[in-house]
Design a protein around this ligand. Structure first.
Ligand SMILES: [Fe+2]
Length: 302
């Protein structure tokens, strides 16, 4: 994206922040932000049966964070709490699926250092979201890498697992248009094949859930996404019926031809209101098995 176009998006986001957050909060004497910050972050644990997940990776434990939106709605103290929630989860892998920052990138180093300190046997991985592109995406990437986090910008990596196993993780950078998203997913799958004709991507990180369109065509067993915040306002007990009306894949699990997508409602917000849609961090144990929706009746969460 050109620098001037990116700056105009940054300015529009600042105006939106002033209109939807700062001004109403001021009118209410600071109550809006105070109440919003009382929302407890929940830890949701799932056992996920994924039909295309390879048996040698059975039982892999993945921590999933997304949409932190560090800024006025996500102060530093809360950042530390979020990373602490995952410390004792016995993770194999910790993935962050974009929007680390809300507007300005300065200060995000502290979150990345905390994330990197969460024990995770196979490492820490990150893709960028639309908000990460508003101010200075290069600095967000540099800060994550400095903390030891692997940033996947339309890239894939193969990580050794156990004695002779491999886990191939791909990540696509933010893009809005579904077709661009599909092209990026296709490109990372092709680059894996170029390295090894037998290679399949096991896990895709895509801020935009629309990455799942191509992921399911390519038979990627599991895709993790964010971006929608689950609409932030949902019908009680029905997280999929929410204000994210522009997104068909807006919250929770989806399955298509054996490929599974999880869209987290995220840990942060861009406006200070959440109803029946709490901020969340997610831990999933991925199993090779027939699909049945995690958390649905008859298939309780872990
Ligand atoms: Fe977001």
């Amino acid at each position: 994206m050109s620098r001037s176009r990116s700056r105009s998006k940054y300015r529009r986001a600042r105006i939106r922040h002033a209109l939807f957050t700062l001004a109403p909060d001021k009118l209410l004497g600071g109550r809006l932000l105070r109440n919003h910050l009382k929302d407890q972050v929940v830890v949701r644990r799932f056992r996920v049966p994924a039909p295309l997940w390879r048996p040698e990776l059975d039982g892999l434990r993945i921590g999933h964070l997304s949409d932190l939106h560090m800024g006025d709605l996500m102060p530093v103290q809360r950042i530390d709490e979020i990373n602490r929630l995952l410390v004792d989860e016995d993770l194999d892998l910790l993935a962050f699926t974009g929007d680390a920052v809300d507007l300005d990138w300065q200060g995000i180093e502290r979150f990345f250092e905390g994330m990197s300190a969460v024990p995770s046997r196979l490492g820490h991985y990150l893709v960028l979201g639309n908000h990460d592109h508003l101010d200075d995406p290069d600095s967000v990437v540099a800060a994550a890498r400095e903390a030891g986090i692997t940033v996947l910008l339309d890239e894939q990596v193969s990580v050794p697992v156990g004695d002779d196993g491999r886990l191939r993780i791909a990540g696509v950078d933010w893009t809005k248009r579904p077709q661009d998203c599909s092209e990026r997913v296709a490109q990372v799958c092709d680059s894996a094949r170029a390295e090894d004709p037998e290679a399949m991507v096991d896990l895709l990180l895509s801020h935009n859930p629309k990455g799942f369109n191509e992921a399911s065509v390519r038979g990627i067993p599991l895709t993790l996404s964010g971006h929608t915040h689950g609409g932030q306002v949902a019908v009680k007990g029905k997280p999929g019926r929410n204000l994210a009306v522009a997104h068909r894949l807006s919250a929770g699990f989806y399955e298509r031809d054996g490929s599974v997508l999880f869209v987290t409602t995220g840990v942060g917000s861009w406006f200070p209101l959440r109803i029946h849609c709490p901020p969340e961090v997610v831990v999933m144990e991925v199993r090779n098995g027939s699909w049945s929706e995690p958390g649905a009746p008859g298939n309780p969460t872990d």
